[in-house]
Design a protein around this ligand. Structure first.
Ligand code: NAP
Length: 485
């Protein structure tokens, strides 16, 4: 296959990096080069920021309804190009094609949702304590946004940020993950074709993220950073953002507990656990089940059933029909899975299935790792304490509700959590007790556009989606009007 060549999108134009520098995009399923994209640095980022600053002057004054019309058109064009965008997702990320189509379909929905929300960024007229004064509270767009996104959902992580930002009247400079820049550029093409004015959305592709991030953080024209990625990188960006008290929203790592009580619908809980462990980018999702807790009284039935379903998963190349699990994103991720398994085994865990990379063709050519089930795992082993981000399922058992809530919360993360139970009292108690921004009760589908999504504790700051998603890109202004006396 011949690698496709791309340009990046700055100030409404398709451009190369200075010196025509490029880098390669690798298909993690077979290590082939599938794309060649511009390798930008500080100069191109600065140009993009300046373009976004110029565009902000008119875009922020464009009526929300008009902004919404353009954003809805972006959604329609993504719908038209859905198969093609999904093809790029598979090539650069490796996930199965049907899953990629699902992601693109969901991701474009953020343009629809926020196109409508733009018209509802209401203010308040507040009763004044003074007879001669009036008090208005309004919201206005924060300014130029620097957005940085990861590779696991190359479409959705982008639209969940840029749709609310642009709906609010902000302009954006986006740096997609170096592993998955092609999807971002395809979305930019839809935005251009939808009539988005030049400079409102700029995409800077780069093999080295640090200089781009530094420029976004140091350039005073950028008023807000929207970052999705690891907690470790988020902490570094937060320190840098402090220098200018730059607004930030962070969607960071997770370590979701998935709890099955003995009163649960067994089959639904089993299917939910498999889905949340393996069927979202093969476990490379921030909201994937990281620790699976099964109540002791049903563990002897649950564990073999879970192992059987794990063995039946179809692991393979994204374009092959019926595939369910693709490769890991790169060699480091594959090595990291092996280290998790080896460490758990060294601390007394047993591998019931999986536990190593694939060694037979064609999967030996990519970064594949066998879907793995571990039992006899201790709470303080790495596989429970850290975010796994891959197809390893540690199964732990518990006796009581109180105990499992305590153990589930013993983590610095707080993004997602799940539990299965048919007891209404328990549903209330456990959903209130879990320290996470998302609680799935008898549900393993994740979030929707209509609700806010984000983390407690070290899993993030701020919310994306829902009514709250657009507020992240607006400043609140109080206007005090003294009447003539
Ligand atoms: P990552 O290493 O933190 O990278 C995320 C993005 O930040 C990439 O675009 C990366 O560029 C860039 N980056 C890395 N270091 C940077 C720096 N010093 N300055 C500026 N930008 C920098 O995370 P990842 O491995 O791509 O993604 C996996 C992580 O994201 C997991 O922890 C996962 O839980 C989290 N995540 C969270 C959510 C959520 O909604 N909470 C959603 C998805 C993923 P390069 O690509 O060039 O490295």
């Amino acid at each position: 296959m011949v690698a496709e060549r791309f340009q990046m999108y700055i100030d409404g134009k398709w451009v190369d990096a200075e010196g025509r520098k490029t880098f390669e995009v690798i298909n993690p399923a077979d290590k082939s080069v599938v794309g060649i994209v511009p390798d930008a640095g500080v100069a191109e980022t600065r140009r993009a920021i300046e373009a976004a600053d110029r565009a902000f002057r008119s875009w922020s004054k464009t009526p929300a309804k008009e902004r919404g019309v353009i954003l809805k058109r972006v959604m329609d064009l993504m719908a038209e190009g859905r198969d093609e965008i999904a093809r790029l997702v598979v090539l650069e990320n490796g996930k199965p094609y049907e899953e990629a189509k699902g992601e693109v379909g969901f991701s474009m929905g953020y343009f629809g949702w926020f196109a409508e929300e733009a018209r509802r960024t209401y203010g308040d007229i507040v009763p004044s304590p003074f007879a001669h004064k009036r008090l208005w509270v309004t919201q206005q767009p924060v300014g130029v946004v620097g957005a940085i996104t990861p590779w696991n959902f190359p479409a959705n992580m982008i639209t969940r940020k840029i749709a609310p930002a642009m709906a609010a009247g902000c302009t954006v400079v986006l740096k997609p993950a170096s592993a998955t820049p092609m999807t971002a550029l395809a979305i930019a093409r839809c935005a251009q074709d939808a009539g988005l004015p030049p400079g409102v959305l700029n995409i800077v592709t780069a093999s080295k993220s640090r200089p781009i991030g530094d420029e976004m953080l140091n350039n005073p024209l950028v008023k807000k950073i929207g970052f999705t990625g690891s907690t470790a990188v988020g902490k570094g960006l937060m320190e840098q953002a402090a220098k200018q008290i730059k607004r930030i929203s962070f969607e960071l790592g997770g370590n979701a507990p998935f709890i099955i009580f003995d009163d649960a619908d067994f089959d639904k809980a089993l299917d939910g656990a498999i889905a949340m462990k393996f069927l979202r980018v093969g476990g490379q999702s921030c909201i994937c089940a990281n620790r699976i807790y099964v109540q002791e009284s049903i563990a002897s039935g649950f564990i073999p059933a879970f192992v059987e379903k794990t063995k039946a998963l179809k692991v393979g190349l994204g374009f092959e029909p019926g595939m369910q699990v693709g490769p890991l994103i790169n060699r480091e991720a594959q090595q990291s899975m092996q280290e998790f398994v080896d460490d758990a085994v060294a601390h007394g865990a047993k591998v019931l299935t999986g536990g190593k990379p694939y060694t037979k063709p064609p999967l030996d050519k990519g970064f594949f790792f066998e879907p793995t089930v571990l039992v006899d795992v201790k709470d303080d082993t790495r596989v429970c304490v850290e975010e796994i981000f891959g197809p390893i399922a540690p199964i732990l058992t518990f006796k009581t509700e109180e105990e499992v809530i305590r153990r589930a919360n013993e983590t610095t993360y707080g993004l997602a959590s799940y539990f299965y139970s048919r007891d209404m009292g328990r549903i209330v108690r456990v959903s209130e007790g879990l320290e996470a921004g998302l609680v799935g009760v008898n549900d393993a589908a994740g979030y929707t556009h209509e609700i806010p999504f984000g983390g407690f504790k070290e899993s993030g700051l701020g919310r994306e989606g829902g009514r709250e998603g657009i507020e992240e890109y607006m400043e609140v202004k109080s206007v005090v009007v003294a009447l003539p006396t």
